[in-house]
Design a protein around this ligand. Structure first.
Ligand SMILES: [Zn+2]
Length: 430
């Protein structure tokens, strides 16, 4: 019998990690004699969920079991979540869902909805009842939403892999020790099959900050690639265990088709096509804002300070440029704001500078006499119809293409530059 076990929301900003619970669970299940059907699924959910400050990831293990083992498995899962769940945090509300048999199509569709929007727990409970799934919830049980989404996240189109290594518990909360030079060597050797190892300045991105048990995570195109990466990376502290997951990270699968400005909803990912409607402005703190307009309205777009050199690109936009903004919708000073995660610049408009001519009589400089009243020589007072401003087209310094924030500011789901063209299912290219 096929059994899918979905887990979510066992961690908190103070520690824990749902993937770690899953990695420990794998070892317990192997002792029970189950057969795994593929790698565990690490599904990143809507990254704009307001109560989630971290990665918002859920996990699913898929197994083949003897039906008689089910209650033992259920007990083991519950014991581990009891032991490792961060129950002291108000925002940690673990959920576990068990599905027997094949994953129904409506559960797959539900999973896509959870990656792309905010959903109510009721939607999950309806499916759990309909398909007679077993579940365990703690506190508000909000984790049920993500646990079921992980089960539905079968990733039949584009997908990536991540190898996660975990620290020995006595080191949790201390600075991570991994040989940075070995990460650079690995990145060079496996640049075709891994991604987001280093930031723009060559600093490792694979070691998270924070108190969770992950030592590092390497992302790549195949299980072999991330396994090879682990062989090359030199940890300077014990690795307690490791696990490879299949994932929607780096796929842009959180974006739906483009919507209109009038359809933007808070806390969802949003793709909006329109024209730049204001000169980008840099506000205190280094954040860059501009207005985007389509036929239904206008909305603020923001490239926040952590997006780094991406802001220099955004500052080059001018009114009239034709763009698509891929974003997460937040509320900034009571206004819906698109936090830009990707900028597709389709067409630039010419940037024109008007230059006043010299006086044909005396060579003096000229000035405007007011709107549509022509020009006059400042020196000799000459005026005449020959005196017209000359339009000079200026360098834009930006060409149509795709632009992304600096790597350290990219969402887990954001497809990095190097993955364009590597997608597993071409029809899902975004
Ligand atoms: Zn003159």
């Amino acid at each position: 019998m096929m059994l899918h076990i979905g887990l979510d929301d066992t961690d908190s900003p103070e520690g824990g990690c749902t993937t770690y619970v899953a990695a420990v669970l794998v070892e317990y299940l192997l002792v029970l004699g189950v057969e795994f059907k593929g790698y565990p699924t690490l599904l990143r959910l809507n990254p704009n969920t307001p109560w989630k400050t971290r990665g918002n990831a859920s996990v699913c293990l898929r197994l083949n079991i003897e039906e008689s083992l089910y209650s033992d498995i259920r007990n083991v899962v519950k014991e581990l979540v009891d032991e490792y769940g961060e129950f002291s945090c108000d925002n940690t509300n673990p959920g576990i869902v068990f599905l027997k048999g094949e994953v129904p199509d409506d559960v797959k569709a539900y999973s896509e909805t959870v990656v792309r929007s905010l959903v109510e727990k009721k939607l999950a409970m309806n499916l759990i009842e309909k398909h007679k799934m077993d579940y365990i919830e703690y506190k508000t049980g909000r984790g049920i939403i993500g646990a079921l989404a992980a089960i539905g996240g079968t990733l039949e189109g584009d997908l990536t892999y991540e190898l996660l290594t975990y620290r020995a518990p006595e080191n949790w909360g201390t600075p991570r020790r991994v040989d940075a030079a070995s990460i650079i060597v690995m990145d060079e050797a496996l640049s075709d099959s891994t991604f987001n190892n280093l930031d723009e300045k060559g600093k490792p991105l694979i070691t998270p900050r924070g108190p969770d048990p992950v030592l590092y995570g390497v992302r790549g195109e195949t299980p072999e690639a991330v396994y090879d990466a682990m062989q090359m990376i030199k940890p300077l502290e014990p690795v307690e265990r490791w696990m490879i997951c299949r994932s929607n990270q780096g796929t842009n699968l959180h974006y739906s088709d483009p919507i209109k400005v009038s359809e933007i909803e808070p806390y969802n990912p949003a793709v909006v096509k329109g024209k730049v409607d204001s000169v980008p402005e840099t506000i205190e703190g280094g954040h860059v804002f501009f207005r985007l307009k389509d036929e239904t309205g206008a909305v603020d777009c923001a490239a926040f300070e952590p997006t780094g050199s991406f802001r220099a690109i955004v500052r080059k936009l001018i009114p009239g440029d034709d763009v698509t903004i891929y974003s997460g919708v937040s509320i900034h000073e009571n206004e819906l704001t698109l936090n830009i995660e990707k900028l597709a610049l389709h067409e630039t408009v010419p940037k024109i500078k008007y230059v006043k001519p010299k006086c044909p009589e005396c060579g003096g400089s000229t000035e405007s006499m007011g709107k549509e009243k022509g020009l006059r020589c400042k020196k000799c007072g000459y005026r005449g119809t020959v005196l017209v401003e000359e339009a000079i087209e200026q360098e834009r310094g930006i060409v149509p293409g795709i632009y992304l924030p600096d790597r350290g500011a990219q969402r887990h789901l954001t497809k990095p530059y190097e993955r364009y063209g590597r997608e597993k299912a071409i029809e899902l290219m975004l």
